[in-house]
Design a protein around this ligand. Structure first.
Ligand SMILES: C[S@@+](CC[C@H](N)C(=O)[O-])C[C@H]1O[C@@H](n2cnc3c(N)ncnc32)[C@H](O)[C@@H]1O
Length: 244
């Protein structure tokens, strides 16, 4: 008879690495293509991210892409919308802390009186409330983020921006947001949520997928695309081809 061996980890062992103690997973940075050490990223996601945020709304493959894209691109600033309860902002915060990346996170959600079915109201940003380096705003995500970005540039700050777009998932909104960023900052990296593609029989909203496709057709060969395409909700990372 085969004996089942159960390994029970103490909380200390399970949360193995203290913050800032993970090796840089970015690989072959002198080469043209995106590459990370997925074992390092997986270990981090299991140890630090899953206990904090679980797998909703981001399943494992999306958590891996969120962490990997930030570690690989090494932004100075992350601009994201919508904040909602702050899960994505918290994932970015923990990533930057654990991989020793000095990054400011600027997260925007709509004003409290906005009529949006997903608006979090009093729970806005609760998962990042008071965390150092995380700033919360209310307004339109693109407008508020670009205003902040321009302020930093005018003040002469080094700014290597990474945008996370997770607001209204309608075709027109995502197209406006994507174009709004890329026309002003062609070197920006962008991560977008709810980008899964399925044919019409599914009845899914494929607005974000179509918006990305249409915007990229206006900018041929300029961006590399990495998408999770195994199932909903779907996430897509865009970065400038050939480095910047
Ligand atoms: C799916 S939730 C975002 C989830 C969030 N990223 C997280 O990980 O917790 C969508 C959010 O986008 C907000 N939103 C919708 N349109 C927006 C806009 N134009 N600007 C900023 N936020 C927007 C909604 O109020 C809602 O809180």
């Amino acid at each position: 008879m085969m004996l089942m061996k159960h390994i029970i980890l103490s909380p200390k062992e399970f949360l193995g690495h203290p913050p800032g103690n993970y090796a840089d997973p970015a690989k072959n940075k002198h080469c043209a293509e995106f590459e990370v050490d997925l074992y390092i990223v997986s270990e981090f996601v299991l140890e630090k991210i899953i206990p904090l945020v679980g797998i909703h709304p981001y399943p494992l493959n999306e958590l891996l892409l969120m962490v990997s894209s930030v570690c690989w691109f090494k932004p100075t600033h992350i601009f994201e919308w919508g904040t909602h309860v702050g899960k994505s902002a918290r994932i970015f915060y923990e990533t930057c802390r654990s991989f020793s990346l000095p990054v400011e996170i600027h997260s925007t959600d709509l004003p409290d009186n906005a009529d949006h079915c997903e608006h979090p109201h009093r729970n806005r940003g609760i998962m990042v409330q008071g965390l150092p380096g995380v700033c919360l705003y209310q307004g339109d995500g693109l407008d508020a983020s670009m205003k902040k970005y321009r302020e930093f540039v005018q003040r002469g700050m080094v700014c290597r921006p990474f945008f996370y777009i997770d607001g209204d998932h309608e075709y027109q909104s995502v197209k406006r947001e994507l174009l709004g960023v890329l026309q002003e900052i062609p070197s920006a990296a962008l991560l977008l949520h709810d980008t899964f593609h399925q044919s019409a029989g599914s009845g899914y909203n494929i607005g974000p997928y179509r918006a990305i496709k249409d915007v990229l057709s206006l900018l041929p060969d300029q961006y590399e695309v990495i998408s999770t395409q195994e199932g909903l909700p779907g996430m897509t990372f865009l970065y400038r081809a050939g480095g910047d």
